[in-house]
Design a protein around this ligand. Sequence first.
Ligand SMILES: Cc1ncc(COP(=O)(O)O)c(C=O)c1O
Length: 397
Amino acid sequence: MCEYAFNELCRPRPEWTGTDYDFLQARDMLDFHRSLPGYAATPLVELPNLAAKLGLAEIFVKDESQRFGIKAFKALGASYAMYRFLQRRWQERFSEPFTPASFRDAKVLEKLGAFTFCAATDGNHGRAVAWTARMLGQRAVIYMPADSVPVRVENIRGEGAEVVLVAGTFDLCVERCAADAAKNGWQAISDTAYAGYREIPGWILLGYTSIFAELEGLLHGPMKTGVDAVILPAGVGGLAAAGAFFYTKRYGAKRPCLICIEPVSSDCFLESVRHGKGEPLPTKGKQTSIMAGLNCGVPSPLAWPFLRDAYPFFLAVGDEWAEQAMRRYYRPLKDDPPIVSGESGSSGLAALLALTTSPKLAEARGKLPLGKGSRVLIVNTEGDTDPENFQKVVEQQ
Ligand SMILES: Cc1ncc(COP(=O)(O)O)c(C=O)c1O
């Protein structure tokens, strides 16, 4: 199953200016990440045999499955947001500078005092917040839908965090987390924005840009993107917005064609593009996809303008495409290297498989740079975060 829309609001040179966008001035994201223990640029993998089979010139996969040893890209956002939050607190009270080294300096942290960080998650963002809090010796409380896969809950507890299971969707977890933060004086580290809360999700978005910054000089030449299309998944839209900001700022109208991928059952960005008038709309789906990280019912109001203004094409696919992509990554063609990719992680390849093989999408493909000479970048955003289901899926033929 797949559905799509071309976005008439997409502009060649979008600009995000004004005080709401002052946060975009930051330049220190990659330097900060490089200072963290366990930092390594994630691999860029090529799949030439698959590219030939799908009628493309090249497929590049930025493989985030090993990022910081927690199997997903999310720690890039949580750690940078928590760094900027502590830096702000420090600057309010002390005159010495707060640098990336301060972030891990026990004496500095002791002077700042104790915090409780809280977050809502379908798994990966919560684990990233818990991982960062543990590194800082701080408390974390993580809100998850009660029907989350048990291993994802255990992974978060394994980082020393308390987990609160909420009977409802991710969006309800966001509400509960915000309410408890206000009641208890905790600091919410939410990857989605809401009324009166934009700063932290803005820093999270900035943190994700390190994925693209790591590709500079490797994949992209000077002022040349080196790829024709970039496919990025959207849950609340933080990662997709980071891609929009990064490529628009650097390459303007010459940026690669940005393609957004979501599950059909939580297609809030596609819904907004199809039926909205420039404002974000909730999905009409039941948010039941196995692509758990993408099971978000409403676009983050912070991310939305980036996608609305910079993405010409929005696609939503059924879970069968994600499963097919997991298997293709795991059992590649000929000597293409194998990649471990979880349900949400595989969504970029799911989009590419659908766009190049589904007759329903043939017309759409014809309008996109997905032909014989095209070089396409996808991001494998997670590894096997649910190893049991991963095995079940990849063992099927
Ligand atoms: C593996 C994975 N991929 C993609 C996403 C989507 O990111 P965002 O919510 O920033 O749109 C998530 C979100 O949790 C995720 O866990």
